[in-house]
Ligand binder design. Structure first.
Ligand SMILES: *Cc1c(COP(=O)(O)O)cnc(C)c1O
Length: 393
């Protein structure tokens, strides 16, 4: 057995999370490395949703709104809060990350009147940039795009808010959100962090960071299902000053009074916009059950072990045909990004061989390791197959 194979076998042997693979429904012969795009389903979600449709919707009909549906955005929010260090009553689940990013950028700018700029991580996932551009136009701010590592140094008394992705969606380099928050708060500005690539993959403590707003997707490492609703955290003491543009009836103090004027709910429920997508939301609720059995710290330890083994194996087996773009230290998130000129053809061949990873043009390949369903043998098999594909191309 090669040294790499022995290492993979030993790591699998000691893996306390190996049993969780059985929760997931992944076709035989498939190695699924798309945790950073769409996590796979768990077996019990279909049953749970069948119950929601047949019992809750079918039998209880409209009464179900009072029997758990209406309060689900905050209840499920509290479950996510336990994974990111947020206190109960500080998160709402609904809408999409895009909607929350926009709401947060405008709301933060309005909470800081007289300030003239929004600072945005230039390498952020495009939707954040697109929406911040529109938010800046609406609030009369200018948008300054800067490399993430320059954000903290660029904050000034003119900055209303800083928008930063916790993990770079291309390279998986983690950003020092803590340093950005300290610099921003020192200058009186807010920080909006996007946790789409880290919720469920990397320990996050929004309370320790003291970040003002945090948003994120739930269909990636949290496996909530395609298009499952996003979360929005608001630092509890910001409730009274945050002034979001989306003041839908769900966030009203008394939504069913159908009052003429908008008056926000007292708590975090004021972030709510429209009627929650109950089927998706309760699918996500079911997907979160697995986190009663595992901590984010455990998932992270295994993730580092998987991505470390994979990156080492790629180095050893592919020589200089590919470049590992992801940092090798603890400042990496949940996926490994590789660059090579043949990326598109290689990814297509890997898919034919039952290995799912994705690309970002022109040369990037991303391998998103889900620590709850991936083994070290899988990780090594992917590196070996990648090397074989490259050497035959
Ligand atoms: C995946 C991702 C999103 C997705 O936004 P949607 O509104 O769900 O399409 C947003 N931001 C980041 C950083 C992401 O990685």
């Amino acid at each position: 057995m090669s040294e790499l194979a022995a290492r993979a076998a030993a790591l699998d042997e000691q893996d306390a999370l190996a049993g969780l693979r059985g929760w997931f429904d992944i076709p035989d012969g498939t190695i699924y490395l798309e945790a950073n795009s769409l996590g796979p389903p768990q077996q019990h979600i279909a049953e749970r949703l069948a119950d929601v449709v047949r019992q809750q919707w079918g039998q209880r009909l409209i009464r179900s709104w009072d029997e758990g549906w209406w309060s689900a955005p905050e209840r499920v929010g509290d479950r996510i809060g336990r994974l990111i260090g947020a206190p109960p009553g500080s998160i709402v689940v609904g809408e999409s990350t895009s909607v929350w990013s926009f709401n947060a950028a405008v709301g933060a700018a309005r909470a800081n009147p007289g300030r003239t700029e929004l600072l945005v991580d230039a390498g952020s996932f495009p939707t954040g940039r697109y929406l911040a551009t529109s938010a800046a136009r609406l609030t009369g701010c200018t948008l300054r795009l800067l490399p993430a590592e320059e954000l903290a140094g660029a904050v000034s008394s003119q900055t209303a808010a800083v928008l930063v992705d916790h993990s770079d969606f291309r390279t998986a380099r983690l950003r020092d959100v803590d340093a950005v928050v300290r610099a921003a708060h020192g200058a009186g500005a807010w920080v909006i962090a996007d946790l789409s690539h880290t919720a469920g993959a990397v320990p996050v403590d929004v309370t320790a960071w003291d970040v003002d707003v945090a948003v994120g997707a739930t269909y990636k490492y949290l496996s909530g299902g395609p298009g499952s609703p996003a979360f929005c955290y608001l630092r509890p003491d910001r409730l009274g000053v945050f002034d979001p543009p989306l003041t839908g009836w769900n966030g009203h103090h008394e939504p069913f009074a159908m009052a003429d004027d908008y008056r926000p709910a007292d708590g975090v429920g004021r972030l709510r916009v429209g009627t929650p997508a109950i089927l998706s939301l309760l699918g996500l609720d079911a997907a979160l059950d697995i986190w009663d059995d595992v901590t984010v710290a455990q998932a992270r330890a295994k993730s580092l072990s998987l991505t470390g083994l994979f990156a080492d194996a790629v180095d050893q087996l592919t020589g200089d045909r590919v470049e590992v773009l992801t940092p090798r230290g603890k400042d990496r998130g949940g996926h490994v990004a590789l660059s090579c000129p043949e990326a598109t053809a290689v990814l297509q061949r890997l898919t034919e061989l039952g290995i799912y990873a994705d690309g970002r043009p022109p040369n990037l390949m991303r391998f998103g390791f889900g620590p709850l369903w991936t083994s070290h043998r899988d990780a090594l098999h992917v590196a070996t197959t990648l090397a074989a594909v490259l050497s035959s191309s």
